[in-house]
Design a protein around this ligand. Structure first.
Ligand code: MF3
Ligand code: CO
Ligand code: CO
Length: 293
């Protein structure tokens, strides 16, 4: 016997409405579009409710305020440990927490990645910012059980034209990635395909070892958001999905390496520059909204 779905039962999203009057039409559309586009059907956990999105927005607002605060103060002569201290203080004042702190043993509250550090640079008193440095500051804020994740590049004093070109092109990679979000009409892989194409057109390489991710109930959730081209079927992009896009773009060769005594900070293989920008984004009915802005 075929099991009939009870369309009068309560919807899976906890709205209290019947399935028929809530997500039924949505689910049918997701399934038919996924089939049409040879994409995967997002899991329910990937689709956040209105209430969840409100919560994530609050975490994102604090995360943004923190990055604005860093942007105002960051300058030549300060150490990355000082930046971490500012952030610890800021989060405390806002009754929020760093999701980075103690994440798989990570020792600090933010990541500070200078020049040839690709990501996960650990704040410390010895790294003093100098004129011409480029630095990424990345933080994930947890507020009342919801998470938002973002990072920005900062150029210290007068940077080289090459460095500036890389930083701007990386931001463009993020913008191009976001522009691929077409609810019910595109899938996660389209983001990476477009980013890689642009990065290569600029003569840069894309870091493949780290990727964007779902975010909201935790810092890292499904789906993975690759920043390079991979043509395997990926999840259909549908309203309610909250993801990060966070391309790491290298001036020179791709690939990563580590230095002795630090299993976190990843470096470019050739010592050339690397840059990264990250946004938390919610897919909406007609496009997307950037939460980390
Ligand atoms: N914020 C990083 C990301 O964009 C994750 C940092 S994990 C840490 O996904 F432990 F290194 F902080
Ligand atoms: Co992230
Ligand atoms: Co991040």
């Amino acid at each position: 016997m075929v099991k009939k779905i009870d369309i009068y039962k309560k919807c899976w999203c906890n709205s209290g409405k019947s399935y028929k009057n809530c997500h039924m039409t949505f689910d049918l559309k997701v399934e038919s579009q996924a089939k049409k586009l040879n994409a995967l059907v997002p899991t329910r956990r990937m689709i956040k409710t209105e209430k969840d999105i409100e919560g994530i927005k609050k975490a994102a607002a604090i995360n943004n305020g923190l990055l604005d605060m860093v942007e105002e103060r960051i300058k030549e002569g300060i150490s990355t440990l000082e930046i971490d201290n500012w952030c610890v203080e800021y989060l405390k004042e806002h009754h929020a927490h760093s999701a980075d702190f103690n994440y798989q043993g990570y020792p600090k509250s933010i990541c500070t990645s200078i020049n040839d550090v690709i990501c996960h640079g650990i704040p410390n008193e010895k790294d003093i910012l100098k004129n011409g440095d480029i630095i990424n500051v990345d933080v994930t804020t947890e507020y009342k059980g919801y998470y938002a994740d973002a990072s920005r590049m900062f150029m210290i004093g007068q940077v080289s034209l090459e460095a500036e070109r890389l930083v701007l092109a990386t931001k463009e990679c993020l913008n191009i990635g976001m522009a691929q979000i077409k609810p019910f009409e595109s899938q996660v892989r389209d983001i990476g395909i477009a980013i890689e194409k642009y990065a290569h057109s600029m003569g840069y390489s894309v870091v493949e070892e780290y990727c964007g991710h779902g975010v909201g109930y935790k810092m890292h959730e499904d789906p993975f958001v690759l920043h390079y081209a991979n043509y395997n079927p990926s999840y259909l992009l549908v309203p309610g999905m909250v993801i990060t896009i966070e391309p790491m773009i290298n001036e020179g060769v791709k690939g990563i390496r580590f230095k002795e005594g630090d299993t976190w900070s990843s470096y470019t293989k050739d010592g050339k520059l690397s840059s990264q920008w990250e946004h938390t984004i919610v897919v909406t009915e007609d496009g997307y909204e950037i939460l980390s802005k």
